[in-house]
Design a protein around this ligand. Structure first.
Ligand SMILES: O=C(O)CCc1cccc(O)c1
Length: 396
């Protein structure tokens, strides 16, 4: 950056974990940041099953931003995870400690995404160069020459102009639609049912880790611990009626098949949703940088969606700072770089996880399990494997 660098004004659309990260990085660099958030309140039910896994490179980013200790206070350090066979038990256990030479955070931190949003929001409110506007849903996003023109509705409709915008306005991004970008990809044939329980699954299933991918030709599942709950994720065949699937009795029956719990499970929250793999045609249009779910949607198996969104945010923010400092080359490569990660790492890895878990052919299952067992048993192979699944290979 040159000596005459003047930090630019930036609009950040969306105050989820992606928009929050972009806003904090830009604000710390001296930019005048305006955050436009559609919701009038940031209060969320922590029982809701949103993203809750922070991978090592994301923790490195949050350390640079000075918020990682606060997140650890609301998180659970998870050093290893298992692949299991629903009928036969543990197939392979991966210990992230093998990554300790290359990251200060050789583990996953389990913490609901809302914790990060609250922590960053509090930081932003303390900064004189930041304005956070709640209850301001974006209704249009256009360009006038090099300038972005964004109009918001809500109680106080307004027009906003800025030389740069980070659009982190989620899966149904108004900005993406206004820019006329396609969002091609696929929707999985099944929906995912996520059930959060107050019960301690590690007591009911001794030997499980805090994250467990359990394969089965009939009903695979994921068991994952968050600071407040255990979550179980199940596939639900297309066509099943939502009310029948989420009825408490049906949920209890599903859980009892995972582990007997004579007293019955204490269910905190249930959600049933469609799962997609979609990547926008372009992540950059003039002053607009798309980031997170606005740019790409992925299946949650591997916990990569929010993490790659946070990495987008960092890349977008650094691209804006470089361009404002007179070097447009980083911004010019933003879309190719981040689309590459979304397609070649996140889409590939999360889809492979789905294929592994639901595999029906006994021969293929055996091959996959043998490979996982061999990989986990050899420290060098395990390290290479974990560099991908922990997203260290694509550090922003
Ligand atoms: O693989 C991960 O880290 C997350 C998988 C998962 C498990 C339970 C619920 C959910 O939304 C995702």
């Amino acid at each position: 950056m040159n000596a005459t660098f003047v930090p630019p004004s930036v609009l950040v659309v969306g105050l989820g974990p992606v928009g929050a990260t972009a806003a904090l990085l830009l604000a710390q660099a001296g930019c005048r940041v305006t955050v436009l958030e559609a919701e009038a309140s940031l209060e969320r039910d922590l029982n809701e099953s949103r993203a809750s896994t922070f991978h090592p490179p994301t923790l490195e980013i949050l350390a640079d931003l000075g918020v990682v200790d606060q997140l650890h206070e609301r998180g659970l350090v998870s050093r290893s995870y298992q692949y299991r066979d629903r009928r036969e038990g543990v197939v392979a256990e991966f210990d992230l400690s093998v990554l300790k030479a290359e990251t200060a955070f050789p583990y996953r931190l389990q913490s609901e995404q809302q914790n990060l949003v609250e922590i960053v929001h509090r930081e932003l409110l303390r900064m004189p160069n930041v304005e956070v506007v709640l209850g301001a849903p974006v209704e249009s996003a256009e360009r006038e020459g090099d300038t972005a023109v964004v109009r918001t509705g809500g109680d106080r409709p307004r027009e906003w102009r800025a030389p740069w915008v980070v659009a982190a306005d989620g899966a149904s991004s108004t900005v993406r639609k206004c820019l006329g970008l396609d969002f091609p990809g696929m929707t999985y044939p099944e929906r995912f049912l996520v059930v959060s329980v107050h019960d301690d699954l590690s007591e009911l299933l001794p030997g499980i880790c805090e994250v467990n991918y359990v394969s089965d030709p009939e009903e695979w599942l994921v068991l994952l611990r968050t600071p407040r709950h255990w979550r179980a994720l199940f596939p639900v065949p297309d066509g099943a009626e939502a009310a029948a699937v989420t009825a408490l009795e049906a949920v209890q029956e599903r859980l009892q098949k995972v582990a007997d719990n004579p007293g019955g499970y204490s269910v905190a929250h249930t959600s049933l949703y469609h799962v997609h793999q979609r990547v926008a045609d372009d992540f950059r249009v003039g002053p607009y940088f798309l980031a997170g779910d606005a740019a790409h949607l992925n299946n949650p198996l591997g916990g990569m969606g929010m993490n790659s969104g946070i990495h987008d945010a960092v890349d977008a923010a650094r691209s804006i700072l470089a361009a404002a400092g007179g070097d447009p080359s980083r911004a010019a490569g933003y879309s190719d770089r981040r689309r590459g990660v979304a397609l070649d790492l996140v889409r590939a890895a999360t889809h492979r996880n789905w294929e592994t878990l639901q595999q029906k052919s006994p021969d293929k299952r055996r091959q996959i399990h043998d490979k996982l067992r061999d990989t986990a048993a050899d420290p060098e192979s395990a390290r290479e494997y974990l560099r991908v699944s922990s997203m260290l290979v694509s550090r922003a």
